[in-house]
Write a protein that binds this ligand. Structure first.
Ligand code: GDP
Length: 478
């Protein structure tokens, strides 16, 4: 059927559409029925599930209760900017006896584990140490549920602020129980009571007020109240969740951070969710695959195995995965490679299907003024996955009104490659490089194809450019 025909059919169904417009799923279904087809919309997750099934991998396999063992909770720290998230993560990290005793140099690998005494028992807690809900949301967007408990940090001198609310909305939407750390109680003007009162409005009612949320006064700066906070995390986790996993099987989990290292190649920090990851295992993570050549913990200690809830840095992947990509161990290298290649093909096909012709940011602004385009496509490349995620999130938050859509069609870690330029060509996208340069071949190709590639080292500058080009084209309202 030709597109104008479809537009006519849609019109009769009461839907005003243009030829280039995207339709929502329901409209597609109705349109399909009208034409005598039954339309099945397959989500990327379902598609991947089916792909894995062809390799005899069943993601929904039931676990026998008797094979399960307790595992540490995984915690994310969220809250308004400057309320003390980073300070708190540092305070917890340095209070960790195990880390001090190992004598290793603490490294930022995206997560760490700490040990605490709890009711006479030594228990571990895993912290994702990219503070803020951006990383959390980025992972959720990829279908990864990485967090068991969220610590919401609220500065007692400042009270509930916009990002406090945003953070708690994200946690509540994901059904993640919250512990409130009322921080900066050492400061003059600190008013912990007010924080409690303010948060009751958002269904976080303190135990003192007859609710179920634990509020713990702390000073991240003076490292006071940290033990009580960790205690509260364990109590909350134990009350709300059954934290267990089967450690005696091939590992599965998610990537939480990844980068390209000059000497070591792709370096990914993964969180094991179930099973045990071992050195030498064949693994596939998103579209990256390989063998676990070596594993390190956050103290730089080499590990030969990593069980449930343990974050480890993994060397040996063929490329850099994205934060939130799931990983799994396969029976052999070949299977891992084949899964990665199939996924890559699926992604490319999706990208091709979207594509058409290229454009520069200036062309775009002009075309927008003339009402010829309503979509700006971007490709993001950066030196570390955290930066790429942060850039993506901030870009997607730009308020562009109803007249134009901003789409990130591809993002990744590492230099800008020929593949990126090719994608930009088919998809009329603009390429944004954050702290990265193009490979020589990619630079030549971009010049030949007239692809607009822009470089930034400050996230804010990139956002400002994109925002002003979007605004520049927005018609003034009278
Ligand atoms: P983030 O943006 O939430 O990660 O906040 P930071 O951890 O960077 O902290 C912001 C500022 O607040 C820094 O200057 C910290 O030194 C300060 N700060 C953090 N925690 C405390 C605290 O418990 N007491 C006081 N007085 N200052 C704090």
């Amino acid at each position: 059927t030709d597109p104008t025909n479809l537009v006519t059919i849609l019109f009769h169904l009461g839907e005003m559409a243009t030829i280039t417009q995207s339709l929502d799923e329901d409209t597609f279904r109705v349109l399909g029925e009208e034409l005598g087809y039954r339309i099945e919309i397959v989500s990327p997750e379902d598609e991947d599930r089916e792909l894995l099934e062809t390799f005899d991998i069943d993601l929904d396999e039931e676990e026998d209760e008797e094979n399960m063992s307790p595992r540490p909770p995984v915690v994310t720290v969220m809250g308004h900017v400057d309320h003390g998230k980073t300070k708190l993560l540092d305070a917890i990290r340095s209070s960790n006896v195990a880390a001090r005793e190992s004598g290793g140099i603490t490294q930022h690998i995206g997560a760490y584990q700490t040990k605490v005494e709890h009711e006479g028992e030594e228990r571990a807690i895993t912290f994702l140490d990219t503070p803020g809900h951006e990383a959390f949301t980025a992972m959720r967007a990829r279908g990864a549920k990485s967090t068991d408990v969220a610590i919401l940090v609220v500065a007692a001198d400042d009270g509930v602020m916009p990002q406090t609310i945003e953070a708690l909305n994200h946690a509540q939407a994901a059904d993640v129980p919250i512990v409130v750390a009322v921080n900066k109680v050492d400061k003059e003007g600190a008013n912990p009571q007010k924080v409690m009162q303010q948060l009751t409005e958002y269904n976080l009612v303190a135990e003192e007020y007859g609710g179920e949320t634990m509020f713990v006064p702390i000073s991240a700066l003076k490292r006071e109240g940290i033990d009580q906070l960790l205690e509260a995390v364990l109590l909350t986790a134990d009350a709300a969740l059954v934290l267990q996993a089967n450690p005696d099987k091939d590992a599965r989990g998610i990537a939480i951070e990844a980068k390209l290292d000059k000497g070591r190649g792709a370096v990914a920090t993964v969180l094991v969710e179930s099973g045990t990851l071992r050195q030498g295992d064949a693994i596939v993570c998103g579209t990256a695959h390989g063998r676990v050549r070596a594993m390190f913990d956050e103290n730089g200690e080499q590990l030969s195995e990593a069980g449930p809830s343990r974050p480890v840095q993994v060397l040996g992947l063929s490329s850099v995965p994205r934060a939130g990509d799931s990983f799994l161990v396969t029976s052999d290298d070949r299977t891992a490679r084949q899964i990665a290649e199939k996924r890559d093909a699926v992604e490319r096909a999706a990208q091709q299907a979207r594509g058409r012709k290229r454009i520069s940011l200036e062309d775009f602004t002009k075309a927008l003024e003339e009402g010829k385009v309503d979509m700006l496509n971007l490709i993001l490349k950066g030196d570390v996955s955290g930066a790429v995620e942060a850039l993506e999130d901030s870009l997607l938050k730009i308020d562009v009104g109803d007249e134009v859509d901003l789409r990130i069609i591809h993002r990744g870690v590492g230099a800008i490659t020929e593949n990126d330029i090719n994608l930009a060509t088919v998809d009329s996208a603009i390429v944004i490089g954050f702290n990265v340069r193009p490979e020589a071949k990619a630079r030549d190709l971009a010049a030949d194809e007239g692809v607009d590639v822009r470089y930034y080292s400050v996230i804010y500058d990139a956002i400002e450019d994109i925002e002003s080009s979007l605004k520049g084209m927005l018609k003034p309202e009278f």
